[in-house]
Structures are given as C-alpha cells and as structure tokens.
Design a protein around this ligand. Structure first.
Ligand code: HEC
Length: 118
C-alpha cells in the first residue's frame, strides 16, 4: 500500500510514470468521491463531497467544524498530494468518517488518481 501510494504521488513530480500507476482509475475515484454512504447512527449520508465539495478547484467546508478547507485540486492548490504522510493520515481519517471503514488500497489509489487529475 505505502509503496503504491509513494509511486503514485511521484507521478505528480518529475518522476516517470511507473507501470503500477496504470492500475489507478481516476473515473472510479470520481465515482467514489460523490458516492453517498448511509450512516447507522441516523445522521445524514456522507461522501467526500460533504466536506470537500463536488468541484475540487473550489474550497470546501468541514461538515463538523464548519471550517473552510482549501481546494483539493493540485491545479489550483499545488500543495496537495505532495506529502505522503499527510495523504495517508487524512485518507485513513476521512475514509473512516465517510465510509465507516478504512478504504482499500484500490480505493485509495483511485481517489488519488482522481484528485491528481483535477
Ligand atoms: C469531515 C470532513 C471531511 C470529509 C467527509 C472528507 N475529508 Fe478529506 N480532508 C478533510 C480535512 C479537514 C483535511 C485536512 C485539511 C486540509 O488538507 O485542508 C482533508 C484532507 C484530505 C486529503 C489530503 C490532501 C493533501 O494532500 O493535502 C485527502 C487525500 C483527502 N482529504 C481525501 C478525502 C477523500 C477521498 C474523502 C472521501 C472518502 C474525504 N477526503 C472526505 C476533511 C474531510
């Protein structure tokens, strides 16, 4: 998992695109981004959109704290996906909050491929 992510993140930099990144599916990441997950505690369904919005070039708003979240799209926010530890930390946290479980490696690389394409 770590290796795959590291390699994918490398794609955003000067590194050549390794074969393994072909496994990432930005379209699946896009679908996963808007997919709504019903909650068992009666709270409204959650998705990545709940905090980050549909348009990744625009700021989002945290559903719990109401704080503004800077745009996710690297095209307008070059800091995005540059820090692997940060990406892993937030994917863990956000997947748990949104899906109610950790994301699979496939889901994670798809999300990253999607974000990267924005
Ligand atoms: C409860 C609100 C919330 C939800 C829902 C949410 N996120 Fe986030 N996300 C955050 C916050 C807060 C940060 C960290 C603040 C920041 O980076 O601006 C963050 C950061 C990230 C980062 C790190 C980006 C970087 O390199 O700076 C990724 C990747 C990410 N989120 C992906 C997702 C995905 C995928 C989903 C859906 C499964 C999701 N998030 C759902 C709040 C949320």
């Amino acid at each position: 998992m770590k290796t795959t992510l590291a390699i994918l993140i490398g794609v955003s930099g000067a590194m050549a695109i390794p074969t393994v990144s072909l496994a990432a599916d930005a379209a699946a990441g896009a679908a996963g981004w808007t997919k709504e997950y019903p909650q068992t505690d009666g709270s409204p369904p959650r998705s990545c959109v709940t905090c980050h919005g549909r348009d990744l070039s625009q700021p989002g708003r945290h559903a719990v704290t109401n704080k503004v979240i800077e745009p996710m799209a690297p095209s307008v926010n070059p800091q995005r996906l540059t820090d692997q530890a940060k990406v892993e930390k937030w994917l863990l946290r956000n997947c748990r909050w949104t899906l109610g479980r950790e994301c699979t490696s496939d889901e994670k690389v798809d999300f990253i491929a999607y974000i990267q394409s924005q």
